[in-house]
Design a protein around this ligand. Sequence first.
Ligand code: FE
Ligand code: FE
Ligand code: ZN
Ligand code: FE
Length: 161
Amino acid sequence: MRLEDLFHDTLKDIYFAERQILKALPKMAKAADDPKLKDGFMRHREETQGQVERLQQVFEIIGKRAQGKTCEAIQGLIEECDELLEEATEPGPVRDAGLIACGQAVEHYEMARYGALIAWGKALGNAEIVKLLEETLEQEKQADALLTQIAMPVNKLAKAA
Ligand code: FE
Ligand code: FE
Ligand code: ZN
Ligand code: FE
């Protein structure tokens, strides 16, 4: 296997993952009680649409068809989120605290994948690809940072609940 192949496989993995996330975020927003959290999930959904488009551009640059490959990791993370919503049935700060943790697990997975793709894109000497992926990585980092911020008051309310 060449580094180009590893890059292509991982691109398919994150392409699959982003499209799953696109479906999961509205459910997470709907379940969120805190308006800032709801809004944060919905805004990130909009960003995610742009991220899918960037990935399609990367597929085009490497001369491959945009195609996903089942990502067990993202399926597992989304399943954990579904489990949380089954167990924490009451809307409120405790369920929100759990949703934030689920969201951050997803952002961290994405950061790990984009980090690897960027490093390989650099090694392969493709600046155009690196630039596209770095734009997305920055959005994932911001989404994670926003969740950390929202968590502070939510966790306090959760403790008092
Ligand atoms: Fe994403
Ligand atoms: Fe994956
Ligand atoms: Zn995977
Ligand atoms: Fe994200």
